[in-house]
Ligand binder design. Structure first.
Ligand SMILES: CC(C)(COP(=O)(O)OP(=O)(O)OC[C@H]1O[C@@H](n2cnc3c(N)ncnc32)[C@H](O)[C@@H]1OP(=O)(O)O)[C@@H](O)C(=O)NCCC(=O)NCCS
Length: 191
């Protein structure tokens, strides 16, 4: 079955009840820097907290390059009410042969625990299965970051295992929990 990777070169805008997931723009730099510079947000991700807005701008340039190359990439998450950009969610990698991909995300700390990332992840899973034609979508989180595991579970992903000391991140080896959603589960739920 065909995959629709050219979608990454003109990433669509997805609207949910409270959020708009859309391609990044250079004018998002200040909103993105506001939380990318927060060490608590960066604690369990594979990037370091940004120490200047220049780092945020180079990250935006990287995402724009990914769009130009039709490579797996990331949406920004904006609030419908105000348009403020409060996070990102997107694809870390995608394997065409296996029709599988991995999703990753992060959110401004001022907006945690309101169900927002669960709402965004549900929308991205639907996009992955219906628009990219994926069969399997993975996500992983450091085991000492259980809130992220809750997001995965609430969005309908299934816990597949704990990978001991899988990562060396920010000065320590860390266990990782792996989750995945399958196309068949998604179709059964939406039928
Ligand atoms: C992880 C993250 C994306 C969660 O986003 P969010 O919008 O707050 O998530 P939601 O509100 O949809 O769900 C959070 C859930 O975690 C739970 N939770 C929060 N802190 C927790 C903790 N310390 N232990 C266990 N559960 C926790 C909440 O109660 C909620 O579950 P519930 O709805 O069953 O009550 C956000 O905290 C974040 O961006 N963290 C920093 C970046 C990051 O870690 N990204 C993920 C890398 S894998």
């Amino acid at each position: 079955m065909q995959m629709y990777l050219d979608i990454f070169s003109s990433l669509p805008t997805i609207r949910t009840e409270r959020l708009t997931l859309r391609p990044v723009r250079m004018s998002d730099a200040e909103d993105l820097y506001e939380y990318s510079s927060d060490p608590l947000v960066a604690r369990h991700v594979l990037w370091d907290a940004h120490s200047s807005i220049h780092q945020t701008r180079s990250y935006i340039r990287y995402l724009l390059r990914q769009y130009r190359n039709a490579a797996p990439s990331t949406f920004v998450i904006a609030l419908n009410d105000t348009g403020k950009v409060i996070g990102t969610i997107g694809f870390m990698w995608l394997q065409q042969d296996n029709r599988s991909a991995e999703v990753g995300y992060s959110l401004n700390r001022a907006y945690w625990n309101q169900g927002l990332m669960t709402e965004a992840l549900r929308a991205v899973l639907e996009f992955g299965f219906t628009k990219l034609n994926l069969n399997r979508i993975e996500a992983q989180h450091e085991s000492d970051n259980p809130a992220s595991g809750r997001v995965m579970a609430k969005a309908g992903m299934r816990h597949e295992g704990l990978l001991r000391q899988r990562l060396y991140n920010k000065g320590r080896f860390t266990d990782v929990d792996l989750y995945a959603a399958l196309r068949q589960d998604f179709k059964a739920r939406t039928r």
